[in-house]
Design a protein around this ligand. Structure first.
Ligand SMILES: [Zn+2]
Length: 351
C-alpha cells in the first residue's frame, strides 16, 4: 500500500486503485509486488514444511507468477488485468495488497455519495485496542465481542460515544505488541459524523466494555485526502514484514473464515469484490505489459503484448467472456494468448 506522502494530489479515482496508477509509477508498483511475492514465498516454504499442507503451500507459492497490466495510454492508467492470485490474503502479502486496493475501490464511491448527500458529515479515524495477550484466539474474540457491545450501546439509545456516527467501516489487524511480544489485535475504523467523537468518552466507554483497555485514538481525516484514512483501514490485516512465517501461519489458522472488514450505517451492505484484478476500462485503447517473476523480482517480458490495441478491437473481444467480471480462474485463454509461444511457467499446472 502507499505511504501517506504518495497519496497527496491524487484523485480519488487514482487512489481507488489503491496504488499509483500511471505508467511512470508502474516500476515502483511492480517492485512492491515483487517484495510481496518474495515474502509470500517465505511463508509458502514454511507452510510446505507442515504436515498435510502441500496444496496450500503450492497455491501460495504459485501466486503472482506473472502479471499482465494494461496501460490505457490515452488516460495514463495502468490496471492489473490478469494474474494467477492465490486469494489467501492472510498468508500472501501480494493478495493482501490487491484486496486492500479492491476494498478501497468499493468504499470510495459510497464515501463520495455520502459526502454529497450529507455534506455536514466529516470522516474520522478511530482505533480501538485490547490488552496484549498470549492467546490470539482469545484476544481476537475479546476485541470482536467488545466492538459488538459498543455498537449495541448506540442501538440501545442510552447514550454512547458513537451516537453521532452515521457511517462506519472498520477492519481488524493483528500483530505482535512491540514491547510485550504478545498478540496485539486492534481495529481501525473510518467513522463519519458531524462532530469528532470525544476521545476521553470513548476511552471510558471502551474501558467499561473491555475491562482491560482504555487505549483508543480518534483523529480527523484530512478531507482533501480522505483515502489516507481508508487506506489505514484497508491495509494488511497482518503486518507481514514484522512477522515470522510461523506467526503468519498461526494467525491465518485462527482468523481464516472470520469477517475482518465490517460496516455500519450508511456504509452498510458494501461488498468487497472477490476478484483481485482491476476492472478494465472499456472502449479505450491500451498496451499490454507482461511481467514474470523470476529469481527474486518481476521483469518485463519484452516483445510480448506491447502492441497498441485499438478500442474497437478491445471491444470486439468482449464476446469471449474474458472482460469485465472475469475471475482469476477463467482467464487462461488470455494468458495463453499473451504468453504465446514463450515458455512461461503455467500457473494452472496441477503437479
Ligand atoms: Zn496470493
Amino acid at each position: 500500500m502507499l505511504e501517506p506522502p504518495d497519496q497527496k494530489g491524487r484523485s480519488l479515482d487514482e487512489l481507488a486503485l489503491g496504488e499509483a496508477s500511471g505508467i511512470e509509477a508502474l516500476p515502483k508498483r511492480v517492485n512492491r509486488y515483487g517484495d510481496a511475492k518474495r515474502r509470500a514465498l517465505e511463508v509458502a516454504k514454511y507452510i510446505g514444511e507442515q504436515p498435510g499442507e502441500d496444496v496450500l503451500s503450492r497455491r501460495v507459492s504459485g501466486c503472482g507468477e506473472y502479471l499482465l497490466f494494461r496501460h490505457y495510454f490515452t488516460v495514463d492508467q495502468v490496471r492489473l488485468h490478469e494474474a494467477y492470485l492465490c486469494t489467501k490474503h492472510l498468508l500472501c502479502p501480494l493478495c493482501a495488497i490487491r484486496r486492500g486496493a479492491r476494498a478501497l475501490q468499493a468504499y470510495l464511491p459510497r464515501y463520495e455519495a455520502v459526502c454529497e448527500l450529507q455534506p455536514l458529515l466529516r470522516p474520522f479515524l478511530m482505533t480501538l485496542t485490547v490488552k496484549d495477550g498470549a492467546d490470539l484466539q482469545e484476544r481476537f474474540d475479546h476485541l470482536h465481542k467488545s466492538q459488538r457491545e459498543l455498537w449495541k450501546r448506540k442501538q440501545r439509545g442510552r447514550g454512547s460515544v458513537l451516537d453521532g456516527v452515521r457511517a462506519a467501516v472498520w477492519s481488524y489487524e493483528v500483530k505482535r505488541g512491540k514491547g510485550s511480544g504478545l498478540w496485539h489485535p486492534h481495529l481501525h475504523m473510518v467513522a463519519m459524523a458531524e462532530h469528532q467523537p470525544d476521545a476521553v468518552q470513548l476511552a471510558n466507554e471502551w474501558q467499561s466494555i473491555t475491562g482491560d483497555s482504555f487505549i483508543v485514538d480518534v483523529r480527523a481525516i484530512d478531507q482533501a485526502d480522505p483515502a489516507s484514512g481508508f487506506l489505514e483501514v484497508f491495509k494488511y490485516a497482518l503486518k507481514f514484514s514484522d512477522m515470522e512465517p510461523e506467526d503468519t501461519f498461526h494467525a491465518y489458522q485462527v482468523l481464516k473464515g472470520r469477517r475482518l472488514v465490517s460496516s455500519a450505517g450508511l456504509f452498510r451492505g458494501i461488498e468487497i469484490p472477490e476478484t483481485l484484478t482491476d476492472e478494465p476500462l472499456d472502449d479505450l485503447p491500451y498496451v499490454e505489459l507482461f511481467y514474470r517473476y523470476f529469481e527474486g523480482g518481476y521483469s518485463l517480458q519484452r516483445g510480448m503484448g506491447q502492441r497498441p490495441i485499438e478500442a474497437s478491437e478491445a471491444t470486439g473481444n468482449r464476446g469471449r467472456g474474458t472482460r469485465p467480471g472475469n475471475s482469476q480462474s477463467n482467464q487462461r485463454s488470455d494468458f495463453q494468448r499473451v504468453a504465446g509461444a514463450c515458455r512461461v511457467l503455467d500457473p494452472w499446472r496441477t503437479s
